[in-house]
Design a binder for this molecule. Structure first.
Ligand code: ZN
Length: 285
């Protein structure tokens, strides 16, 4: 299944993309108590309830064309991100391969929909993006083993880890550089795990104005998804609806020669095989 959230910003409704018919199932119109794709939804058999809804004889739908999509999950409690989780990106960043996962965070307020504009903050002149496979946690994960870890995933989606490189270099901490409003395009869908045969073998790429910058495969992660969930949950509880992003491969725009950084009017595209594609226009405040 491909879960989407559709409607104006801040008023998104939960839906299911019905690709063949170019329609979206209006989940809340069919089940009033399903308010959103949030922690409550994932812990209260939400996925199973939606599977049952889809079998009902009359479905309430809206046309998919022209509808704005928001991030495919409600605002998470936390967004845990990975620094330097692909060797070629570590090489272009500072040449040090990490011996254990490097965690950082993005503010949940940085989330936007997959086709919403990326807005450059005033004074930010070296901003680029990072295509990443993100997972949404489906049940409380506290000290889980690597062998059990994948059972805690509600689904997969595309995350663009937009970054202000000047702020990243200035600060000892990356939080500000990673957390400007609109610096976390997410979606277009949350793809349930049954549709992803092997999350560690997915092609992922990014483009600016049609030119490819990143083109790699999730097989090349240094620390794999199961290890990451086990590692993170050994310290902090991952809650249903939380987001974990798995890091970006080499080829980020600012590492190109000459550097490719976002300018107003640029078209930024990110895509992951079987997970979805985003397209955003860059604007300035
Ligand atoms: Zn990143």
């Amino acid at each position: 299944m491909k879960l989407v959230r559709f409607g104006p910003r801040g008023e998104e409704r939960p839906g299911v993309l019905m690709e063949k018919d170019s329609k979206i199932l209006d989940v809340r119109a069919m089940a009033f108590d399903i308010e959103d794709f949030n922690g409550h939804f994932f812990t209260h058999w939400g996925i199973q309830r939606i599977q049952a809804l889809l079998k009902e004889p009359s479905l309430k739908t809206v046309p998919a064309d022209g509808v704005r999509l928001g991030p495919p999950v409600a605002r998470p409690g936390k967004i845990v991100c990975l620094g330097k989780n692909y060797a070629d990106h570590a090489a272009e960043f500072d040449a040090e391969i990490p011996s254990s996962p490097i965690l950082f965070s993005k503010a949940p307020t940085s989330l936007v929909g997959p086709f919403d504009p990326i807005v450059l903050p005033r004074g930010a002149n070296i901003v680029d993006g990072e295509v990443e496979l993100a997972v949404v946690i489906g049940k409380t994960a506290c000290r889980v083993s690597e062998s059990d870890a994948l059972q805690f995933i509600a689904g997969y989606t595309v995350l663009n880890d937009v970054t202000d490189r000047e702020a990243q270099k200035e600060g000892k901490q990356w939080f500000r550089a990673k957390s400007a409003d609109t610096f976390c395009p997410l979606g277009p869908y949350l793809v349930t795990p049954d549709e992803i045969r092997d999350p560690q073998n997915l092609r992922l790429c990014s483009k600016v104005n049609g030119s490819t910058l990143q083109d790699n495969n999730t097989a090349n992660m240094i620390f794999k998804i199961a290890h990451l969930i086990s590692f993170i949950s050994a310290t902090m509880t991952l809650e249903p609806g939380d987001l974990m992003s798995t890091g970006t491969p080499g080829g980020i725009g600012s590492a190109h020669k000459p550097a490719v950084v976002f300018r107003p009017g640029d078209i930024v595209e990110t895509a992951i095989e079987g997970v979805g594609a985003q397209r955003a226009r860059v604007e300035r405040t």
